[in-house]
Write a new protein. Structure first.
Length: 157
């Protein structure tokens, strides 16, 4: 006969270890996203500053060569700026969406619920085979898509 108390303790430890592993994976993923987000922000700011300086240098060159008429150029540039602002505001979208990330999904059926036990610590509600599969909505029939907890790197559906 199998010792149900040690089995319950082993299951509790396995659940705890799985939670720790999942939390570590999420932390790693979020740290990587944050690092890339900060780097992209810095890159974008520096890229914009470089483009502005380059544009200013080109304008200074044209002014010193008297190649442009400021009374004509300023209204033309203002109209171009107004048009560009209207166009980019109409195209504004978020470039960060969580839906594009490969995040592990936690199903409601995966949520750990406390098990009822009797006075001796024996789990209540198990069938003669030591299973509680009938306690889950829809059961655990093959092909149900229910994912079972396994050790790292293993996949079992």
């Amino acid at each position: 006969m199998m010792d149900l108390t040690s089995t319950a303790q082993g299951a509790k430890k396995a659940v705890h270890d799985a939670k720790v592993e999942l939390a570590t994976a999420y932390s790693k993923l979020l740290a990587g996203i944050k690092e890339k987000w900060v780097a992209k922000k810095e890159y974008t700011v520096l890229e914009g500053q470089a483009a502005e300086v380059e544009s200013n240098l080109a304008l200074i060159d044209q002014i010193t060569k008297a190649a442009i008429d400021l009374t004509v150029e300023k209204p033309r540039l203002q109209a171009e700026l107004d048009d560009l602002e209207a166009r980019y505001k109409s195209k504004e979208v978020s470039d960060f969406t969580l839906s594009k990330l490969d995040l592990p999904q936690v199903l409601e059926i995966s949520v750990v619920r406390p098990m009822d036990v009797d006075e001796q610590g024996t789990p209540i509600g198990l069938d003669e085979f030591g299973s509680n599969k009938d306690a889950f909505p829809g059961g655990l029939a093959e092909g149900s898509g229910t994912v079972f907890a396994t050790s790292a790197g293993e996949s079992r559906e």
